[in-house]
Design a protein around this ligand. Structure first.
Ligand SMILES: C[S@@+](CC[C@H](N)C(=O)[O-])C[C@H]1O[C@@H](n2cnc3c(N)ncnc32)[C@H](O)[C@@H]1O
Length: 433
């Protein structure tokens, strides 16, 4: 079995000093785990990992996923060898993300850095190597993981690094100039919220209302709120928090940002940080890397900036569209295409409510006298836009109406304004179709 090359030199040096091998294939890594661990440990690891994968697939049951991940780390965190080998399967993550974390921390080199949920210690050791004049502390609640981290620290000889075995939500060692949290929060427990209006991604007042409604101490989201509160409590005023949590999808990212700002962490910077590692099933994953400054009291939250991170810039190049049939866009592209339609627009809009509570708007129109379009959007961020030469308006509008008719026939369109028949009539009259 060969060894994979790590792109980052600091990481390569830490990994070599800690005595870890970077596997070059997933199979090679899995084989190494099987050979190195006693059977009951390997078997226990596999069972818990498979439960994490199964729970991740069952997207309707986030409590199952959070519990599966807790059980996985409680099991792995009891065996230092398993922690060390598991970290080797995660090197692709460290290689892709840690240099970017360091770039953000270098803006204001911190004297004391705290790494939350330090597991086998690689992030903490890396920060210790990247900031030799700083004190770096890793805090982790499972003793076997802390033992693995301590052993790696001893091998690396990094005297500026130490580890504490504690729950970071109760950890108390003063404040730090920078706090780093990499996938240490149960972010899957963030609820999914509908948009405020079908046309926008903003959640607006829904964010505060959701937190109010979910504010009972036992509500799952409180586990995330407690972790966020710990980040703020442990960061000195004016200090930096750098967070890379598994926050999936824009609505949850907006709520997460809102939680941060409510806790006194003003987000100053967000970018995508993607990676590939053998320890996860999906080939490639990407989540926002968030930098925030600790402030006294609630901080502003910029919904637009987070939306811009997810949305695609620009709209379609209408000049390049085929003339005789339309082009269909979905999701963020549809949103951008609708926003980029040149004016003036002549359009009719149908508003409907769906039985699951979402609100849907359907736009049928002609832009600049040249382009016919049908745009459907709803408060669950489903968007579809077909646009083409105005000559195809009759076919395009008919197809759009048929689609709405199918929804109505399946009792999926309630509170239609105007009623579908009236809308069809108005459309025919207005556009002579
Ligand atoms: C997905 S791992 C990520 C580890 C590490 N940050 C990294 O990027 O490799 C999450 C780690 O955070 C630890 N953790 C989660 N919640 C914690 C808490 N409240 N206190 C201490 N450790 C925690 C878990 O035990 C686990 O080791």
């Amino acid at each position: 079995m060969g060894r994979a090359e790590l792109a980052d030199e600091t990481l390569a040096a830490v990994v070599a000093a800690a005595g870890l091998d970077a596997p070059d294939t997933r199979e090679g890594w899995e084989w190494r785990l099987q050979c190195a661990l006693p059977w009951p440990v390997y078997d226990g690891y596999r069972q818990r990992r498979d439960e994490c994968f199964a729970a991740a697939k069952d997207s309707g049951d986030v409590a199952r996923l959070a519990a599966a991940e807790d059980q996985f780390f409680a099991f792995a965190g009891a065996y230092p060898d398993l922690c060390r080998l598991f970290a080797a399967g995660r090197l692709g993550y460290y290689d892709a993300v840690l240099p970017r974390v360091v770039t953000r921390l270098r803006r204001r080199p911190p004297a004391r850095i705290l790494d939350l949920g330090s597991f086998a210690g690689l992030t903490t050791l890396y920060l210790g190597a990247a900031f030799p004049d700083s004190r770096v502390v890793g805090v982790e609640r499972h003793p076997g993981a802390v033992a693995a981290a301590e052993a790696a620290r001893a091998r690396c000889g990094l005297g500026n690094v130490s580890f504490a075995c504690a729950d970071f939500t109760a950890f108390d060692d003063g404040v730090f100039d920078a706090v780093v949290s990499l996938q240490a929060m149960p972010a899957c427990l963030l609820p999914w919220l509908p948009a405020e209006r079908p046309e926008d991604y903003a959640r607006g007042p829904h964010l505060e209302a959701a937190l109010g409604a979910l504010g009972a101490p036992a509500a799952p989201v409180q586990a995330v709120a407690r972790a966020v509160a710990a980040v703020r409590r442990l960061t000195a005023a004016g200090g930096l928090a750098v967070l890379h949590e598994r926050v999936s999808g824009l609505p949850r990212a907006l709520l997460f940002q809102h939680l941060l700002s409510r806790a006194g962490l003003a987000v100053t910077d967000r970018c995508w940080a993607g990676w590939h590692s053998f320890s996860q099933r999906d080939a490639r994953q990407s989540f926002p890397l968030i930098t925030a400054t600790a402030s006294d009291g609630p901080a502003p939250a910029d919904e637009g900036a987070m939306i811009a991170l997810y949305a695609l810039p620009g709209g379609p190049d209408l000049a390049g569209l085929p003339r005789l049939h339309g082009v269909t866009y979905s999701g963020f592209q549809a949103h951008a295409a609708f926003a980029a339609l040149p004016g003036p627009r002549d359009e009719l809009c149908l508003r409907a409510g769906l039985p699951d509570g979402r609100r849907l708007h359907g736009y049928f129109g002609i832009a600049s006298g040249l382009w016919a379009y049908v745009y459907r959007c709803d408060t669950h961020d489903e968007r579809m836009m077909t646009v083409g030469d105005r000559g195809i308006a009759p076919a395009l509008f008919r197809a759009g109406l048929d689609e709405l008719g199918r929804l109505a026939a399946a009792d999926q369109l309630a509170l239609c304004d105007p009623p579908l028949d009236k809308f069809r009539y108005h459309l025919g009259k207005r556009f002579k179709v």
